[in-house]
Each structure stands twice: as C-alpha cells, then as structure tokens.
Ligand binder design. Structure first.
Ligand SMILES: Nc1ncnc2c1ncn2[C@@H]1O[C@H](COP(=O)(O)OP(=O)(O)O)[C@@H](O)[C@H]1O
Ligand SMILES: [Mg+2]
Length: 247
C-alpha cells in the first residue's frame, strides 16, 4: 500500500532524511519511533505529499506520487488522512465546522450529506454533542479526537498519525490507541503512527521501525524490536536517554 524508497530530504542543504526505505502493507499499522528532530513529522508530510522530497520515490497503491503535479495530486490526496502533531484545528471554527471542512471545500457534497457524515465521524470518536464547541473550549484529548474525525471524514484508506498521544494522560492516551485500533480493524485503514510513547507503540503496532540518523535503523514486530540486539534501539525503547520528550 505504501512503499518509500531512498527518501532524502532536509532544509538549507543538510538532509535530515538520508535514505529512508519502508513498506506498509494494506490494513497494517507501522509505528515509527525515533528521537525528536529526527525527521518523523517531515517524513509523514512527504508521504502525504504536502511537500516534495529532494530525492526518492513514494509509492501509494503502486503509483509513485513524487513526480506528480499538483493538479493530479489534489484528488489523490483524499486517500490519505493526517492527524497533525498539535491537531491543527482552526480556533475560530467550531468542532463541527473543523470536521466538515474537508468535505465543505471539496464542493462535492450537499449540506445534508455533510451533516450526516460529520455526525457519524463525531460519534466514532465519541464527540457527539460537542460539535458546537470551539477548540479552545475542549480538552487536549478531545482536540486530538476532533482532529482525527477531520482526518477520516473523507474516508481515507490511509491514516497518518503524528504523535497522537503526546501530552495526554495515560487513560486518555489509551482511548486514542483504541481509536487507532478501531479504525484499523473496522475499516481496514492502513496506518503509520509516529510516536515516542512505547506503551502506545506496543499496543497499536503490527510492526515498529526506528528512524535514526535519517534512515530506518531497524524494523520488526514489537517482539522483535523488544529483543533487538542493537544498543541504540534498546536505549531508546527503555527510555535510557535524553531524547524522549518532544518540546
Ligand atoms: N520548515 C522547516 N524549515 C527548516 N527546518 C525545519 C522545517 N521543518 C522541520 N525542520 C527541521 O527538520 C528537523 C526534523 O524535524 P521534524 O520532522 O519535525 O522532527 P521530529 O518530528 O522527528 O521531531 C528538525 O531539526 C527541524 O528543526
Ligand atoms: Mg514531530
């Protein structure tokens, strides 16, 4: 479903990503772990084709999206939903308007259609009855759920999650993990989850890949990663370092 080959990208001449290769099968969940500033958010943005890489290929459903022009990409992008690191809601709009936004701008749907879809999405993330509130009036966990409702409103086959549990208490974080599992199990969504949260990683992952020095250093099932002989991997998953907090 997703295949990334030899991806290079960075800013001001220095590449942060230096040859990323990864593959996610249909309906599989790949968790990407790695230190802050290592390029995880950048990698998700490239996969969602919100930016062009300096080099490399990104196949979605066997088609390389890297050479495609904006005009061709626009309709394709609806295959991918993205939950941004800070949920990225519009503060001046209600939760309802935020969730409806992707449908409203596409101009393909009637008002009534939109209402039905938004209500369905809000229910899925347990936000029924909160549609009229502004993002500033709800908790961090609710904002993430609203962001997730918006990410899936156009029924994407791929969902990318950037730090979905960061800043949440363990109970609320677990409800987000359950939502990730639900989307994967009920709707067979193909997912990439970027996280520092190893509890979340073990719970939602089919496979885990560690991004280190611009490459996927190691990948495998949660059990394989837990038993990794690589000291860098061990140090990270046991939290024996200073790199766990994303500031
Ligand atoms: N638009 C940008 N311009 C310049 N540098 C950036 C930009 N976006 C990210 N970076 C830098 O790229 C690196 C990787 O960032 P990011 O992908 O956000 O890492 P992560 O999500 O793993 O914490 C960081 O050093 C960051 O400062
Ligand atoms: Mg990030």
């Amino acid at each position: 479903m997703i295949q990334v080959e030899d991806l290079h990208h960075g800013f001001k001449g220095t590449d942060i990503l230096r040859g990323v290769n990864l593959r996610v099968e249909s309906a599989e969940t790949l968790v990407i772990i790695g230190r802050s500033g290592g390029g995880k958010s950048q990698l998700l943005r490239l996969i969602a084709s919100l930016a062009k890489p300096r080099r490399g290929r990104i196949f979605i459903d066997r088609q390389d999206w890297v050479p495609l022009e904006e005009r061709t990409l626009t309709p394709l992008r609806k295959k991918i939903g993205i939950l941004f690191q800070n949920a990225a809601l519009f503060d001046s709009m209600t939760v309802y308007e935020n969730v409806a936004f992707p449908l409203a701008i596409s101009g393909r749907n009637s008002k009534r259609d939109i209402r039905g879809r938004v209500e369905e999405a809000l229910k899925l993330v347990s936000l029924e009855g909160h549609g009229h509130k502004k993002p500033g009036e709800i908790s961090g966990g609710m904002r993430k759920r609203a962001g997730l409702a918006r990410a899936i409103i156009d029924r994407p086959s791929i969902v990318l999650y950037d730090e979905p549990t960061a800043g949440l208490d363990p109970v609320i974080a677990d409800s987000i993990n359950n939502l990730i599992l639900k989307l994967s199990e009920q709707f067979h969504v193909t997912s990439i989850v970027v996280t520092h949260d190893m509890v979340s990683a073990y719970k939602v992952a089919d496979r885990i890949g560690m991004l280190y020095e611009g490459k996927i250093l190691e990948s495998g099932t949660p059990a394989e990663i837990q038993n990794s002989q690589n000291p860098v991997v061990q140090k990270f998953i046991q939290g024996r370092s200073d790199v766990l907090v994303d500031i």
